[in-house]
Design a protein around this ligand. Structure first.
Ligand code: NAP
Length: 277
């Protein structure tokens, strides 16, 4: 079984992104990413810290805005609007999900199209769906980068995506479709999930349910991408059960798989998007 680790993918991307950032900074000045964290969600803070560290290695400046959990929709909206018109900011990334009571979709829609590094603005979502922009959300791009890196053939294959969220499942299904796979999307109302997943040549688990996909739900020899991340005690587990390693021909590990590449995808969008502007 091929272990489709994310690190080699991220390492390869890092140097080219760093070089492009250097050139961009020389010609147009600093590249600054504004990261907004509302409240104390530990996963958001871990992700923010990872982005800040990574940005420093690439030559990107980060400006972190920490807002209390009691922040109102209007206050958060005002923060976004101020960043939109700030010429010193090239990218805006609010950590999701936002605390209860805040409307994440409205916040995403308020981010200026050209500064929207994780494709939260519906205009960007539309352009990606129409095949007019490559800048899908970072996690689906990360999964696709891993599949490409490991030479996984997608054209003519049956890809099954478990999960239909706007940030992962749906955009990933669109990207698999664009790569000429035949795509089935499953969700919580799919009656016999195993019957669907067993037909997959390429199976993507993005349901947010720890170890949902067991070995008997996977066709022998299938390629499996595990997008899930769950903290269980001091362990990180995915949406795919360990037993799947015995039947899959290739599998992304958790940790060390899709998540390892996602933050690099933020930097790629920021730096290359900046160049395009
Ligand atoms: P989400 O918004 O909760 O969406 C989960 C999707 O899975 C929904 O469409 C839901 O169906 C479906 N689902 C839930 N239970 C199911 C079941 N038993 N059978 C079939 N489908 C089921 O989650 P998300 O934001 O897409 O994230 C998915 C996972 O990826 C989470 O574990 C998250 O932590 C992880 N994640 C990883 C990264 C990374 O960088 N690796 C980034 C983002 C997210 P309905 O639509 O019917 O409710």
């Amino acid at each position: 079984m091929i272990r489709m680790a994310g690190k080699p993918v991220a390492d390869l991307l890092r140097e080219s992104i760093r070089q492009q950032a250097e050139e961009r900074v020389k010609n147009c000045g600093p590249i600054v990413l504004a990261i907004i964290v509302v409240g104390d969600d530990p996963a958001s803070h871990v992700y923010k810290d990872r982005l800040v560290k990574l940005a420093a290695t690439i030559g990107v400046v980060t400006k972190v805005k920490l807002l209390p959990a009691e922040t109102t929709q209007q206050q958060l909206m005002a923060t976004i609007l101020a960043l939109n018109v700030d010429d010193n900011i090239q990218g805006i990334l609010p950590m999701m999900p936002l605390p209860k009571g805040l409307d994440g979709a409205a916040i995403g829609a308020a981010i200026a199209v050209e500064k929207d590094v994780d494709c939260l603005n519906p205009a960007n979502v539309g352009n990606v769906s129409l095949g007019q922009s490559p800048w899908a959300p970072c996690t689906p791009r990360s999964a696709m980068a891993i599949l490409r890196h490991y030479g996984i053939e997608l054209a003519g294959k049956h890809a099954v995506v478990v999960g239909r969220s706007n940030v992962v499942g749906k955009p990933l299904a669109m990207q698999l479709l664009a790569a000429d796979a035949t795509v089935t999307i499953c969700h919580s109302r799919t009656p016999d999930l195993g019957a669907m997943t067993r037909t997959a040549d390429v199976l993507v688990a993005a349901a947010g349910v720890p170890r949902l996909i067991k070995a008997d739900m996977v066709k022998p020899g299938a390629v499996v991408v595990d997008v899930g991340i769950h903290q269980e005690g001091d362990q990180l587990v995915g949406d795919v059960d360990g037993s799947v390693a015995e039947v899959a021909s290739a599998l992304t590990p958790v940790p060390g798989g899709v998540g390892t590449v996602s933050s690099m995808m933020v930097m790629q969008r920021l730096v290359m998007g900046c160049k395009e502007q």
